[in-house]
Ligand binder design. Structure first.
Ligand SMILES: Nc1ncnc2c1ncn2[C@@H]1O[C@H](COP(=O)(O)OP(=O)(O)OP(=O)(O)O)[C@@H](O)[C@H]1O
Ligand SMILES: [Mg+2]
Length: 295
């Protein structure tokens, strides 16, 4: 397929859009690796589903996708099969706990920034053909500030930045916010402290980060809350289960359930940009800056 044929295909995909409901799209990021993004994404998704939300969880860690491992799933296909046209999105989606629709990520394909126009077309068609009605799309991103992470965050309505009590976590979160704000005009971030050892620790981390951003950047940080350090979460990871399922009364599960209630209260996007297809459209536009949909 040529690039122009691919663009026509995209337009066709966009015309077939059927999902009229505004979707909250939440990207979970951090800068630093290993601070708990995947656990936050997966548990938030399951906690939201338990509160009667229709939830999709997109594993957008293009380098080392592992939502499936965390939740003990064994998907036969993943996002790379959608991108190369071997499978439809419908076919790669697997049912996770509490009926969360999971789009498994792929390990070992070049990152999203390197997708060709044809691959872009495959992706946009895949999302726009989706029959599911979704309330919330949670996007688990990779560590670092790669093009792929930036693109997924630019395409989301809310960017959650997970931090923990390590100096590198704060400096990397700051670097991430700096790049997103100065180079990509994202000026609103939700800060979520993970692995907090005391109730005060989370807020103190937030204050440390916001002190730096207030001084040097033009951004608005909101303290989303904290999740305590919890050995039961680690145990749940070992059992490949969401902690909100395996140990619903554990301190981390309680915190995650509270966070999910908060997310439900977040206002829906008042623009059509909240719809799922626009997530993909923005994703593609932010990647290429030039790919036009031909009507
Ligand atoms: N609240 C918590 N209490 C205790 N351990 C935690 C907590 N949150 C995460 N962990 C542990 O931290 C480790 C990293 O978590 P996770 O894989 O979710 O991080 P990540 O940010 O997604 O990592 P990566 O950057 O590699 O994608 C896991 O082994 C998990 O068990
Ligand atoms: Mg991860």
């Amino acid at each position: 397929m040529s690039a122009s044929e691919a663009a026509i295909d995209q337009a066709e995909g966009l015309r077939r859009i059927v999902n009229p409901k505004p979707v909250k799209v939440i990207a979970v990021s951090s800068g630093k690796g290993g601070v708990g993004k995947t656990n936050v994404s997966a548990n938030l998704a399951v906690a939201l589903a338990k509160q009667d939300q229709e939830v999709m969880l997109l594993d957008a860690d293009m380098g080392l996708a592992n939502v499936d491992v965390l939740l003990g799933l064994n998907p036969a296909y993943d996002l790379s099969h959608v991108i190369n046209g071997e499978r439809t999105l419908e076919e790669v989606i697997v049912d996770g706990p509490s009926n969360v629709k999971i789009v498994p990520g792929s390990s070992g394909i070049s990152n999203m920034a390197n997708l060709t126009a044809v691959e872009h077309a495959g992706l946009i068609n895949a999302f726009s053909e989706l029959g599911h009605v979704i309330d919330v799309l949670v996007v688990d991103t990779g560590a670092g500030i790669s093009e792929s992470v930036i693109n997924f965050c630019c395409a989301s309505q809310e960017v959650v930045v997970v931090v923990c009590d390590e100096p590198a976590s704060i400096t990397d979160a700051y670097a991430f916010i700096k790049v997103m704000s100065r180079e990509h005009n994202i000026d609103r971030f939700q800060v979520l402290a993970n692995m907090a050892h005391t109730p005060r620790e989370g807020r103190e981390l937030f204050l440390k980060l916001s002190k730096a951003t207030d001084r040097f950047l033009d951004v608005m940080l909101t303290f989303m809350g904290s999740i305590p350090y919890d050995t039961q979460l680690r145990k749940a990871v070992q059992h490949q289960r969401a902690v909100v399922d395996a140990f619903p009364r554990s301190p981390s599960a309680q915190a995650l359930k509270r966070l999910a209630r908060q997310v439900i209260e977040w206002p829906e996007s008042s623009t059509s940009g909240g719809q799922l297809e626009f997530f993909v459209e923005r994703l593609i536009n932010s990647e290429t800056g030039s790919l036009e949909v031909v009507e």
